[in-house]
Design a binder for this molecule. Structure first.
Ligand SMILES: Nc1ncnc2c1ncn2[C@@H]1O[C@H](COP(=O)(O)OP(=O)(O)OP(=O)(O)O)[C@@H](O)[C@H]1O
Ligand SMILES: [Mg+2]
Length: 334
């Protein structure tokens, strides 16, 4: 990995997350596709373009535009992610990655409904979450109360444990914009389809580049990484929720740390600079996630048993929903 990146660039997603421009990777992957599985998948999940009514644009990512849309036949509101495709290999790779999504069903994962290819774009129909991304909640509220952080952490860990334990998938790009909420009080992980199966694809796992600020030190170094890399990101998300901003962001900005320096900074434990207001449980939870040595980090399963997260289990969903309602009402009154 290059070391001449400024922190400004580190804070941006660096490359299209699907590596669409890496022709050699594209060819390599395209050759490994099971055509029969792909055909069955297409038959089951292809949505006719006329069946999709595009409504407002709700977001823009580094490689996709997202529209609130309706599946006409079902009168169902969905989110439609449009990704530009450059060639047939890209298309095959994308479809292959969508294959991963079909069996992934969990209350804390954004559901996949189907896809469509329209002109030079692939459109992916996914569950619409009407509150939007976690960043939006932080933007509205700043630091969140600890019980709320516990509820959010609990739901993220439940979704992640399913991905890791049941589906053998590393997410690789966990960050607040890939954690979505709805006004029912559900918190769901999105964009896990861009991840690849852990088992048997170790080589591929190390080629992916996502947003660097949430990346674990072993990933910043460009070495091997495993599911534990996702727990580093969970620690940072929980930290950011409780603090209202990314930890040490002012220091990171001030020193314009380049990539290797940022890694050194986190390796030294510099991120673990907690405000006095944090409870012992919260601090311990974050420490369990932000261990520089991946093997020492908790797993999604063990961290679900952590006292900080257990607190979240005692908070009824209805209460979290009401709290979110209040946040929305406050916003509307402004
Ligand atoms: N299922 C969804 N329901 C509601 N809003 C969504 C949904 N999916 C995405 N969005 C909105 O669209 C925006 C763009 O999403 P996208 O996943 O393309 O990019 P991102 O995660 O924000 O950033 P990046 O491309 O760097 O990973 C999100 O930030 C979010 O606000
Ligand atoms: Mg996203």
């Amino acid at each position: 990995m290059g070391s001449n990146l400024t922190i400004k660039e580190v804070m941006q997603p660096l490359k299209p997350v699907l590596n669409l421009n890496l022709k050699d990777k594209a060819e390599e992957k395209a050759n490994t596709i099971d055509d029969k599985a792909l055909k069955e998948f297409e038959e089951k999940y292809r949505i006719h373009p006329e069946n999709i009514k595009k409504l407002d644009k709700i977001g823009q990512g580094s490689q996709a535009s997202v529209f609130k849309s309706e599946i006409r036949s079902l009168k169902k509101i969905i989110a439609l992610k449009e990704i530009y495709i450059q060639n047939n290999n890209d298309l095959k790779n994308l479809k292959n990655e969508l294959l991963i999504l079909q069996g992934c069903e969990h209350p804390n994962l954004v559901a996949f409904y189907g896809f469509n290819i329209h002109e030079n774009r692939i459109q992916v129909a996914i569950e619409y979450l009407d509150f939007g991304k976690l960043n939006y909640l932080l933007q509205l509220e700043g630091a969140l109360p600890e019980p709320i952080v516990s509820v959010i952490g609990l739901q993220i860990l439940k979704g992640l444990d399913y991905l890791h334990s049941d589906r053998k998938i590393i997410h690789r790009d966990l960050k607040p914009s890939n954690v979505l909420l709805n006004t029912m009080g559900d918190v769901k992980i999105s964009d896990f389809g861009i991840s690849r199966q852990v088992i048997g694809t170790e080589g591929n796992a190390n080629t992916y580049i996502g947003t660097k600020l949430y990346m674990s030190p072993e990933r910043l170094k460009g070495g091997d990484y495993q599911k534990s890399a996702d727990l580093w990101s969970v620690g940072l998300i929980v930290f950011e929720c409780a603090l209202g901003k990314f930890p040490c962001i002012d220091k990171i900005r001030e020193f314009s740390l380049i990539e290797d320096e940022y890694r050194e900074f986190v390796m030294k434990g510099n991120l673990l600079d907690f405000p006095k207001t944090f409870s012992e449980e919260l601090k311990d939870f974050i420490k369990q996630c932000l261990k520089p040595e991946p093997a020492q980090r908790g797993t999604a399963k063990t961290l679900l048993e952590h006292p900080f997260i257990k607190k979240g289990e005692n908070i009824p969903k209805e209460m979290f929903k009401k709290w979110l309602d209040c946040v929305i009402q406050k916003k509307l009154q402004k």
